[in-house]
Design a protein around this ligand. Structure first.
Ligand SMILES: CC(C)CC(=O)SCCNC(=O)CCNC(=O)[C@H](O)C(C)(C)COP(=O)(O)OP(=O)(O)OC[C@H]1O[C@@H](n2cnc3c(N)ncnc32)[C@H](O)[C@@H]1OP(=O)(O)O
Ligand SMILES: Nc1ncnc2c1ncn2[C@@H]1O[C@H](COP(=O)(O)OP(=O)(O)OP(=O)(O)O)[C@@H](O)[C@H]1O
Ligand SMILES: O=C(O)CCC(=O)C(=O)O
Ligand SMILES: [Fe+2]
Ligand SMILES: [Mg+2]
Length: 320
């Protein structure tokens, strides 16, 4: 286990351990909305979620909590992001991604060139996001008490350059993750500013977390699509979808099988969000050979070979 995950474990151990508040197995709960006891499969009892919130997540696969991260913290994350864009700091392991529409243009050390940071766990200021106690208290409701940070991102969705490449196709995050069980994985995604349909807020298909992992591939989009932005194959645009418009600091927690994406950014601003995928310490790695995840494994390995010159004994495991 890496240092980042160790740090997070330590943090968790320092959280208020209200005795016996966490049960190791999902429980039955009687809720005001239901006259029959309902098997709660996706959430744990921790005294934090109301029965209505638990049932909402169970049925929809996401839960939006308003005003969870302070303006002050978000402004600090923004400053840390800007320092990285200006190349004032070098962060080990960090992946800096540019939108495919501008990837071939001249390099400018500015946020305009960066559409996404991945694996920022070695940047202490950005990693503070993953260890905010108020986030971890929610995460614990989905993963249980032993929490690992598995994957981190800061998404800086650029104004669309006219080819709709700022869209993120509808997908399930589990496609990218070679570990299980899915129900003990959760993403927290915090809006770093007001996000609307105009600037490309998250779009979710409620309830799809109850399905299975689907086949993913590049959507056939005329204007091109970003590297590794796979979408669910045969996406039906007629399905009921929900646009999650959010204020700065609002945070959505969602299941890794929930089908979601984001529309194009039709404004001139860079729409920012920060996120972390967490998993229970009891999660284990799987071999994706022979599964629908084989295509993403090949792409990830290709990039690793080109970037780091590694070959042979590399595996599709996210090196946090
Ligand atoms: C749950 C979660 C994981 C879900 C997701 O986030 S899905 C999306 C995840 N995306 C990724 O993981 C992509 C990670 N990105 C990367 O590793 C990098 O940005 C790379 C795509 C490999 C490019 O990095 P790097 O090689 O440093 O960039 P260069 O500027 O030297 O370009 C090399 C060649 O790649 C091209 N390129 C750069 N950025 C993109 C892009 N966004 N989409 C498609 N192609 C791209 C670039 O044009 C260049 O191509 P050639 O000139 O060699 O033909
Ligand atoms: N063929 C497709 N495969 C996968 N995902 C898709 C496909 N077409 C659109 N999407 C996704 O659907 C979501 C909705 O995006 P889209 O830009 O079409 O509309 P919107 O921004 O939600 O609303 P509108 O543009 O109508 O105001 C986005 O996540 C987009 O990437
Ligand atoms: O912020 C967004 O546009 C969504 C990104 C996303 O879903 C992802 O990278 O997995
Ligand atoms: Fe996603
Ligand atoms: Mg749109």
């Amino acid at each position: 286990m890496s240092r980042a995950a160790d740090r997070l474990r330590l943090l968790i151990n320092h959280l208020d351990p209200s005795p016996a508040s966490i049960r190791s197995e999902p429980t039955f709960a009687q809720t005001s909305t239901y006259s029959h006891p309902q098997r709660l499969r996706y959430t744990f009892e921790t005294d934090l979620l109301t029965p209505e919130q638990r049932v909402f997540y169970e049925e929809n696969g996401f839960l939006l909590i308003k005003n969870l991260v302070s303006e002050e913290d978000i402004d600090r994350f923004r400053k840390a992001f800007e320092r990285i864009c200006r190349q004032e700091v070098k962060v080990p392991g960090l992946v800096v991604m540019r939108d495919v529409a501008i990837a071939k243009s001249e390099f400018v050390p500015d946020q305009k060139a960066v559409s996404k940071l991945q694996d920022f766990q070695e940047d202490p200021e950005l990693f503070r996001y993953c260890s905010l106690p108020q986030i971890l208290k929610y995460v614990e409701c989905f993963t249980g008490p032993n929490i690992m940070a598995m994957h981190t991102m800061l998404i800086n969705k650029p104004p669309d350059a006219g080819k709709k490449t700022s869209r993120h196709p509808m997908h399930q995050d589990l496609h990218y993750f070679p570990f299980r069980p899915a129900d003990r994985i959760v993403c927290s995604w915090t809006a770093m500013e007001k996000v609307t349909r105009q600037n490309g807020c998250l779009v979710v298909l409620p309830g799809t977390h109850q399905g299975t992992l689907q086949e993913h591939d590049y959507p056939e989009w005329e204007g091109g699509v970003n590297k590794m932005y796979h979408g669910v194959r045969g996406y039906d645009p007629q399905q009921p979808r929900v646009h999650l418009e959010m204020e700065k600091g609002d945070t959505v927690f969602f299941h890794p099988l929930l089908i979601h994406g984001s529309g194009m950014n039709q404004t001139q601003g860079f729409r920012k969000a920060i996120s972390c995928h967490y998993a229970s310490g009891d999660c284990y790695y799987i071999d994706v050979k022979g599964t629908t995840q084989e295509n993403i494994e090949h792409e990830a390995l290709d990039i690793a070979v080109r970037k780091y010159g590694v070959e042979g004994d590399v595996h599709f495991k996210i090196p946090v």
